[in-house]
Write a protein that binds this ligand. Sequence first.
Ligand code: C2E
Ligand code: MG
Ligand code: MG
Ligand code: MG
Length: 263
Amino acid sequence: MQTDALEKLNLKHDLALAIDNNELCLHFQPKVNIKDDVLIGAEALVRWHHPQRGELAPGSFIPLAEESGQIVMIDRWVLEAVIRQLSDWMQAGFEPLPIALNLSLPMFQRPQFVDEVIYLLERYQVPAELLELEVTERVAMGDLDYTVSTLRALKQVGVSISIDDFGTGYSSLAYLYDFPIDTLKIDKAFVSDITHNRKKQGIVSAIISLSITMGLKTVAEGIETIDEKVYLRNLHCDCYQGYLFSRPVTAETFCLQYLVAKP
Ligand code: C2E
Ligand code: MG
Ligand code: MG
Ligand code: MG
């Protein structure tokens, strides 16, 4: 217990220096159409190159950062890094694709959040249509009035919104009415093993029907096998993201493999 606590304390201390020391970086995981594997965008996922521990996945520091409040500093860094990256790709002559990023609750709740987004888009001359924000049900269900007005303000600017890990939160479906969202991302917990699990089949089929009725796009997360992909495609899921198509890759690899030069 004691070493655990010490370990956490050490990591929090190191995290405080991570941004100044340039230790955070983004990986990009392609999102593709499920019918033809045509690339439609990517999700930016943060990584931490710890000087002693090597590359750390978000699972080993995001929960800690949420606990300490350092998550806001990370999410602000990610927001600017994504917009800067889009600007760099455009300036280098590539056809840009929409990039999504994940928002924590305290980041989303910042009163200046929408203004920060608008400011950065203007500063880097990036069209808002290239930015997509992923919020979990937990983030969205905080203060409903605030969520609706914030999402509306973002939509008005041209930013698109996804509900991440859909189906894992405890939220009423009624909110889907009021939230101006574009996409539901089906959590990988429901996708893995879907071909053998009747309950998962039922849940995912219901999510996709709901999504179609609401005029939303569905993205399946965590597709690892052809069978899973075929199953989701037959249920009329629109897009997917998963190791089957690609793991998250560095910005350089993403650009080399997936971006095409403007005509
Ligand atoms: P998420 O937003 O649901 O991101 C999808 C996660 O699923 C990523 O893990 C991705 O690598 C993983 N994944 C995608 N396809 C597959 C697959 O086929 N198989 C398996 N086993 N995994 C797959 P990652 O990068 O470790 O991120 C984990 C979570 O950390 C994210 O879940 C998100 O909630 C959080 N996160 C990542 N970056 C940020 C960030 O910049 N800010 C905040 N607040 N949270 C972040
Ligand atoms: Mg996400
Ligand atoms: Mg997710
Ligand atoms: Mg997830």
